[in-house]
Design a protein around this ligand. Structure first.
Ligand code: HEM
Length: 366
């Protein structure tokens, strides 16, 4: 017998796929068209979450290697860019969802209670993979969303599988950890961790940077004062900015034992962002920017979902039993990559930067 010829329907398992929209009744024929739409939009988004989690793992695995060769960095950017395009597309799905009217949704909402996107294990997987800490999680009533999944696991096989998956993700290295390990190794004026004088080289970079930053802030203050003397107590604000920059770069917010590591990570981050025109740093900067974009898009997704929910159900309690929109708005404030955002506050124009040491190391002299 000859080999079967591949065909579109078999390859994509469309027979099985298109039978999966029957809802609780397992019969699409009895669903109203609005409910079919509701199911399809959720399923489409879950498929996209699957891609996001896969690409995140690929990006993480590259960065987690003991040595990340220069030519690997574009691959990491490639995976992150794909995640970002998917997240952008995910946001657009809510426009389709909004063709459902609040009243039509109420027509089948009771039936699905207490099912909720809150139980999406792939969403939790994404959060955990990225590096959200359990202390950062917005509680669901008194319950932690992860504990909630554990509770669900006792009621169904699907819940059991979802819980097993979430548990195994918790044992994995997070993208945030892998990123920090990679940033830690950033050459600073050509100095690498493990080099004899590395601690001194890092400290010198931070000290020189802070001197320049103070001068830059003073200049900005004088400029503002001379053009807008009535604009309020800016002297205090500029002094606070100088202190905040120092605290940030010296990592005074970190536990004492972790401080040297955090200091080097932040110095590395600032170095990449400041001297980004150097060939060796161009891709690392794009990588950092892709992570910032990723977090920006997850926040946009959360906010867009919350506004769609408010438009649909107002301020009532969610089917999952949370406070609804209030809960969702709180989740929209949680940040993971805080350093990547914070470094923007301490950046300076190129002409204010301390002179680059060891330019040959980075590809060319400025
Ligand atoms: C009519 C449409 C929708 C409404 C009214 C709605 C409502 C809600 C509400 C109220 C919550 C808070 C938890 C709760 O108490 O239930 C929630 C959470 C969630 N929803 Fe939706 N949702 C809708 C569509 C979607 C869609 C299309 C997705 C895509 C997968 C989705 C994904 C999620 C996720 C992942 C959460 C958990 C958020 C978190 O805990 O951080 N929702 N939804």
């Amino acid at each position: 017998m000859s080999e079967p010829v591949p065909n579109y329907t078999d390859y994509l398992k469309l027979g099985e796929l298109l039978k999966l929209q029957g809802g609780l009744e397992d019969d699409e024929a009895v669903l109203i068209p609005d409910e079919l739409l509701f199911i399809v939009v959720h399923q489409a988004l879950e498929l996209w979450f699957k891609i996001v989690n896969r690409e995140l793992r690929l990006a993480r695995d590259h960065l987690a290697a003991p040595r990340v060769p220069e030519e690997t960095v574009p691959h990491v950017v490639h995976h992150l860019r794909r995640v970002n395009r998917v997240l952008e597309l995910a946001v657009e799905h809510f426009k389709v969802m909004e063709t459902l009217t609040p009243q039509d949704f109420l027509g089948f909402r009771e039936k699905i209670t207490p099912a909720s996107g809150f139980q999406s294990s792939q969403m939790r997987e994404m959060e955990i993979l990225l590096g959200i800490k359990s202390s950062q999680r917005v509680r669901y009533g008194k319950v932690d969303p992860i504990e909630h999944l554990e509770k669900l696991s006792k009621d169904s096989t699907a819940g059991e599988e979802a819980w097993a998956k979430v548990q195994s993700v918790q044992a994995e290295q997070t993208f945030q950890e892998a990123l920090r390990t990679w940033l830690y190794r950033t050459p600073i004026h050509g100095s690498m961790p493990g080099d004899e004088e590395d601690d001194a080289a890092v400290q010198r970079f931070i000290d020189q940077y802070l001197v320049q930053f103070d001068t830059f802030m003073d200049r900005q203050f004088e400029q503002l004062e001379s053009s807008m003397p009535e604009s309020g107590d800016n002297s205090k604000r500029f002094e606070q900015s100088k202190k905040a920059a120092k605290d940030f770069l010296l990592a005074l917010d970190a536990d004492e034992d972790l401080r040297p590591r955090m200091r080097r990570i932040r110095a590395g981050l600032l170095f990449i962002e400041s001297y980004r025109q150097l060939p060796l740093l161009a891709w690392p900067r794009l990588l950092i920017d892709s992570v910032v974009e990723l977090e920006q898009l997850t926040l946009i997704w959360r906010n867009r979902h919350a506004r769609m929910v408010e438009r649909m159900i107002g301020r009532r309690v969610g089917t999952g039993g949370s406070s609804g929109v209030d809960y969702l708005d709180k989740t929209g404030k949680v940040r993971i990559f805080t350093d990547l955002w914070a470094v923007r506050t301490v950046m300076m124009p190129k002409d204010c930067l301390p002179p680059l040491g060891n330019p040959d190391f980075y590809g060319f002299a400025t």
